[in-house]
Design a protein around this ligand. Structure first.
Ligand code: GDP
Length: 481
């Protein structure tokens, strides 16, 4: 029945798209990768005509106008575009990040290259990348997942973050009677551990179950209240035991959370951008980098599996282009943008070979959806060093200086090596980023406030960006020919 329902929906969507071409563009990435800022900047640029020289249809004047329209899905929250723009431009604050799926529909009126007038409907679907990393759970039993999660949590740097949860786990008797309070505590400590791994000092990426960190509207429900137990992989849970209860909830998580997301949202996407905060991982060290690569291959796996098992109908749209984007490139000098792209490209290639990925066209870009910095040469002793200027957020610190959120400051961005392997020195130790000014490897980026914009007459100012137009050209340029 479900399959028929899905086929009918695909058929309707296919029929609609013949008369009214529609692209469903998924925007994903792990928490704080930059999804909210990306969508806000992209929509703002299309609505108001941003400076997008590489986005051909806009640059050559073939896009007449773009407007927002009510979205097609009634059960999905609307992306809060207007509020986010106001926060970004008027308050000069970053908007609240993605915590759940949301959607926004944009209609673009344009002229084809043969001068005929057409419209393209662009549905943007914003969802946490953590949710994609849940896909492998579908093929895993509770016992397998427990064993894997425990093994991972016993490796550094995770082990020290897991200490409290491990201590509680040692007090639990898996075969004892089911116990709601013990389960609540275990789930809380396990979630605290996952959250600590996500902290910027560790910047771990592979942390399923994804909803534990990004619960959306399911926070506090039993399907999200379970944790791994130290049980035998081939054992059976006694009736009424703690083990049986955890296992039941784990299965519920797959049924009410994971499957519906893939069925109702993921398989309906045509194009996908995956945002990656690679700089955060470079900063945190080799474990974070390895973890990120694992997450990338997990994400690529989804596109593979998405093809073979879910998509069995000719009519169903499918993802044919994926763009991996390293975000926040405005933290680097422009001489490093190509290097950032090259490093991410290498990571994606390695991840793709692990995931035996084949199919969709993949590209990589380093971008800043909103450029919060400018470049300058700053005298340091005898040298003039390339640096970036921006307004550090209130409370940010550099050396002894604490910023007030108003004063501009120059910083020397970390310098990227040209190749991924060069992040490591010859003996395999992690070099990370080097800072031109102090030659420290442990270099943390300052957080900058969004840029101060000058109004051009009465008109809403354009947001500065880096390579956002290149991303747009890859993602929808061919649909606007
Ligand atoms: P999400 O969790 O993926 O929705 O991430 P957000 O879009 O909320 O971005 C998280 C944070 O990253 C923001 O609050 C900003 O501090 C920072 N950020 C995101 N995009 C940019 C960018 O283009 N430039 C700069 N400088 N910072 C950014």
């Amino acid at each position: 029945v479900e399959d028929t329902r899905l086929s009918i929906r695909s058929l309707i969507e296919y029929g609609e798209s013949l008369f009214n071409p529609t692209v469903r563009l998924g925007v994903t990435g792990l928490s704080r990768a930059g999804k909210t800022v990306f969508i806000t900047a992209l929509v703002h640029g299309l609505l108001r005509g941003g400076r997008f020289p590489v986005f051909e249809s806009l640059a050559t004047g073939r896009i007449a106008r773009a407007r927002l329209e009510p979205q097609p899905d009634d059960a999905v929250p609307r992306f809060a575009y207007e509020g986010h723009v106001r926060t970004l431009i008027e308050d000069r604050r970053w908007p609240h990040s993605t915590t759940d799926i949301s959607e926004l529909r944009l209609v673009i009126e344009y002229q084809r290259q043969n001068a005929a007038t057409r419209t393209l409907t662009l549905d943007l679907v914003d969802y946490p990348g953590e949710w994609l990393l849940d896909l492998p759970l579908l093929n895993k039993s509770y016992e397998q997942w427990s064993a894997e999660s425990l093994a991972l949590s016993r490796r550094e740097p995770r082990a020290k973050l897991a200490a409290q949860w491990h201590a509680h786990l040692a007090t639990l008797d898996a075969n004892g009677r089911e116990d709601e309070q013990a389960t609540l505590t275990a789930a809380k400590l396990f979630t605290d551990y996952l959250r600590a791994c996500r902290d910027e000092r560790f910047a771990m990426s592979l942390l399923p179950p994804g909803r534990f960190l990004m619960p959306g509207n399911l926070a506090g429900s039993p399907a999200l209240t379970f944790a791994p137990l130290d049980v035998r992989q081939d054992g059976t849970a006694p009736d009424g035991s703690l083990w049986a209860m955890m296992r039941r909830r784990y299965e519920a998580y797959k049924d009410v959370v994971v499957r519906p997301f893939f069925r109702d949202h993921f398989t309906r996407l045509d194009r996908q951008i995956v945002l990656v905060d690679a700089l955060a991982a470079f900063n945190a060290g080799p474990e974070a980098l390895k973890d990120l690569e694992g997450a990338l291959s997990g994400i690529l796996d989804c596109f593979n599996i998405g093809r073979s098992t879910f998509i069995n109908s000719l009519f169903r749209p499918r993802i044919d282009k994926i763009l991996f984007a390293a975000t926040k490139a405005d933290h680097l000098h422009h001489t490093s943008h190509d290097k950032l792209e090259a490093i991410l490209k290498r990571m994606v290639e390695r991840a793709a070979s692990r995931a035996e990925f084949a199919g969709a066209g993949v590209d990589v870009v380093a971008l800043a959806a909103v450029r919060a910095t400018r470049e300058a040469l700053v005298q340091q002793g005898r040298e003039k060093l390339p640096s970036i200027l921006g307004t550090p957020e209130e409370g940010e610190m550099s050396g002894d200086e604490v910023f007030d959120g108003e004063t501009e400051a120059a910083t020397f961005p970390g310098d990227l090596p040209a190749k991924l392997d060069d992040l490591f020195s010859g003996d395999g130790t992690f070099r990370g980023l080097s800072n031109a000014a102090s030659d420290q490897t442990d270099f943390r980026f300052l957080r900058f406030r969004p840029p101060l914009l000058q109004r051009e007459g009465g008109e809403e100012p354009a947001l500065p960006h880096i390579r956002l137009d290149r991303a747009l050209q890859f993602l929808i340029g061919d649909k606007l020919q």
